[in-house]
Design a protein around this ligand. Structure first.
Ligand code: HEM
Length: 449
């Protein structure tokens, strides 16, 4: 059962916004790094530049957006407010941002101090975040909305996966920083990070939010019930098989195949839902969802290519398809729903008070922009086109096409600048709206009674 969202529970603007604004900033940084490194950037999955780019994407772009959006979703979709949320954000946002930059510096310059500092910053950020959110989930477990199960089960799985991915990543980075032998945990780190944290969170969001915001049919009940449980079980099985010596590789590949089939089924269902949605014209966010889910379907042939002996190249393309295509597109598209809504909502809240005068309400309605005008559809679609070109180029670059390797960085810069411009203009409109409200209130107060 899906439930409408309770927007009155929306946290302060300063809660999700810093995380969401990290998206264009880190995208710009990743674009600059890829441009500076040139064709080298996507030449091998093991190069320092590629690993730095990977974490600018996974922590700076995707991680930031997902952590910020989750605080919002837990409050409005599940009735789970996070305790001490403003203080939490004041600490977690700078720790995450600095930690990500340090980790990228560690990979770029193979620099132990940066790795060890990154571990300290990132571990503190995630312990604080995960601890506080887990405490909120536990404390409000009795007051969770009926029907929020569709989102809460995958969210819990995503948070547990994030904790594991961070633990494994921090152990790897510590080993690199202290020049110790690397533990054989890379596969589990990647799988828990991408298929667990990224995949499960996205799945939960679609179950709850797609029917509301994209006006689609709701998902089949067996899927919403079993898929979020099946994925963590498969990830556990995969990690257990990987940790056990002497077992045939085929067993791990069988688990990978079931995991892939589960995600492909969800992707195909999402595409079908989007295709048959009740609104005929797709919005920019819908187009981003299409790119995301088509990239997910593309993972199936890529995985087959990978298991047929083209390991290094195929894994790089698969990584780009998941990080840039599936998760990057969904995050970018969601910004066009979340940011205008937040600005519109907080602008509306700035005028609501106990003694609202009806004459003033009419004045305010005139000066406050409508939600759709914060980011125009044409501007969002233009950025979508740039994002699509960038995604295709990154895939071709990872597959080894030299011209695409030169263009990958500049195209990401273009996409990031357009996104920054769209978000920046929305923020300016919001500030202008608040100023107009204040001026209207002041001129009303000056009028003789
Ligand atoms: C939770 C989000 C994260 C995701 C999705 C993620 C994803 C990845 C990916 C895709 C790779 C590349 C592996 C390959 O090419 O096979 C990787 C490697 C690595 N990650 Fe992460 N990562 C995350 C967080 C972290 C954190 C928080 C740290 C450290 C504090 C970290 C440390 C590392 C290290 C050290 C490697 C490279 C190990 C080596 O050279 O063998 N990761 N990660």
């Amino acid at each position: 059962m899906q439930r409408a969202l309770d927007f009155d529970k929306t946290p302060a603007l300063g809660v999700p916004l810093p995380f969401l604004l990290n998206v264009p900033l880190f995208a710009l940084l990743a674009g600059l790094l890829a441009t500076w490194a040139g064709p080298e950037a996507l030449a091998s999955r093991w190069s320092g530049t590629t690993l730095a780019l990977t974490h600018l994407w996974t922590l700076g772009i995707l991680g930031s957006a997902m952590l910020g959006a989750l605080l919002q979703i837990l409050a409005v979709a599940c009735n789970v407010p996070t305790p001490g949320i403003r203080l939490l954000v004041r600490w977690v946002h700078p720790l995450l941002t600095t930690g990500t930059l340090l980790l990228a510096a560690g990979f770029l310059w193979w620099w132990s101090t940066a790795w060890i500092s990154a571990v300290l910053f990132l571990a503190s950020a995630f312990v604080l975040y995960l601890g506080t959110v887990a405490w909120g989930l536990w404390r409000h477990r009795q007051h969770v909305y009926r029907g929020a199960r569709e989102i809460l089960v995958p969210v819990r799985g995503a948070l547990a996966s994030l904790a594991l991915a961070v633990l494994l990543g921090a152990s790897l980075a510590t080993a690199l920083g202290l020049s110790l032998a690397l533990p054989d945990w890379l596969g589990s780190h990647v799988l828990w990070g991408l298929a667990g944290w990224g995949g499960l969170l996205l799945m939960g969001m679609t179950f709850q939010l797609l029917p509301i915001f994209q006006v689609t049919e709701i998902y089949p009940r067996p899927m919403t019930r079993w898929m979020p449980l099946l994925v963590p079980i498969l990830l556990l099985a995969w990690s257990a098989l990987e940790a056990t010596d002497g077992l045939p590789r085929l067993m791990r590949e069988a688990v990978e195949l079931i995991l892939l089939a589960a995600y492909v089924l969800w992707g195909a269902t999402t595409l079908q839902r989007l295709w048959t949605r009740k609104r005929p014209t797709p919005e920019a966010t819908t187009l981003f969802w299409y790119v995301s889910m088509l990239s997910l379907l593309a993972c199936a042939p890529l995985w087959i290519w990978l298991t047929h002996g083209h390991g290094t190249q195929a894994s790089l393309v698969l990584g780009v398809a998941i990080i840039v295509g599936v998760l990057g597109s969904a995050v970018n598209g969601m910004l066009y729903k979340i940011v205008p809504f937040l600005l519109w909502k907080h602008a509306q809240d700035s005028i609501s008070g106990p003694n609202r005068d009806p004459a003033m309400a009419r004045v305010y309605l005139k000066v406050l922009p409508k939600m759709a005008t914060y980011i125009g559809e044409t501007a969002a679609r233009t950025q979508w086109a740039a994002h699509l070109a960038m995604t295709l180029c990154w895939l071709l670059a990872a597959a080894g096409w030299q011209a695409a390797r030169h263009a990958a960085g500049p195209l990401l810069i273009v996409s990031a600048l357009l996104l920054a411009f769209n978000l920046g203009r929305a923020l300016l409109r919001y500030r202008r709206a608040l100023r107009a409200v204040a001026e209207a209130a002041a001129s009303h107060a000056r009028q003789p009674l």
